[in-house]
Design a protein around this ligand. Structure first.
Ligand SMILES: C[S@@+](CC[C@H](N)C(=O)[O-])C[C@H]1O[C@@H](n2cnc3c(N)ncnc32)[C@H](O)[C@@H]1O
Length: 211
């Protein structure tokens, strides 16, 4: 399975439920978000979360940053199709050292990137790098299940009808993800111990706060 086919399967999957929940949680956790601003979506993939955020916060712009040209190609088409190209840009940028259009953002958010990184500090370094001082941050990721059996159960429950490649990716992603305590340790080691962490569903955790 090549990167293009994986990106296509991911871009065509239905993530409406977890992605809408992600935006709802972001709004709940960051009630003082200004009416307008510039946000960065780290590891945006095909940009589904970037577009959902832009629809929910119509006076904000979003720069989605991702290292995969294949993922971004699908995202560019969707941004155009959804009429959001005046507010959503998807940019090829490999974290943590790639170049983004802005030096700092009014909000930095990310979904489902942490478990993809061989070194989790890449996410926390990137959050610090692109946040403005006193800026809000919101991260959602998968939560590692207690066992392989539970992981298999979650895959069947939530992606039983998806193509095999996606089910396989979901299973591996669940096993590669972290517990709440592990994320707390990462935050402490990265100089962000004041950010809050909690489980947000049977398969997700969230991190939020002010940098
Ligand atoms: C599971 S996808 C999540 C995409 C999107 N955030 C979403 O919620 O649909 C993970 C994404 O992280 C990207 N990624 C992984 N490591 C990266 C890095 N070091 N820099 C930039 N993007 C990275 C991958 O290319 C992929 O698009």
């Amino acid at each position: 399975m090549n990167e293009e086919a994986q990106a296509k399967a991911y871009a065509e999957a239905d993530f409406a439920e977890p992605h809408n929940h992600c935006i709802e949680l972001l709004a709940e956790c960051l009630p003082d978000l200004p009416a307008s601003g510039a946000a960065a979506d780290l590891g945006c993939g095909p940009g589904d979360i970037s577009r959902r955020f832009a629809r929910a916060f119509p006076s904000w712009t979003v720069d989605g940053l991702d290292g995969s040209a294949a993922m971004l190609r699908f995202g560019h088409e969707e941004v155009l199709r959804s009429g959001l190209s005046d507010r959503v840009r998807l940019i090829e940028c490999y974290l943590p050292n790639g170049d983004a259009p802005r030096e700092h953002y009014d909000l930095v958010f990310s979904n489902a990137l942490l478990h993809h990184l061989a070194e989790p500090t890449v996410l926390w370094t990137s959050v610090r790098r692109w946040s403005r001082a006193g800026g809000p941050v919101f991260v959602m990721d998968l939560l590692r299940p207690e066992s392989r059996e539970q992981a298999r159960h979650l895959v069947e429950q939530y992606s039983g009808n998806e193509p095999e490649v996606l089910k396989h990716d979901f299973y591996n992603s669940l096993l590669a993800s972290y517990s709440v305590d592990e994320v707390r340790s990462q935050l402490t080691a990265s100089g962000l111990p004041h950010l809050e962490v909690r489980q947000s569903s049977d398969r997700h955790l969230i991190v939020w706060g002010i940098i």
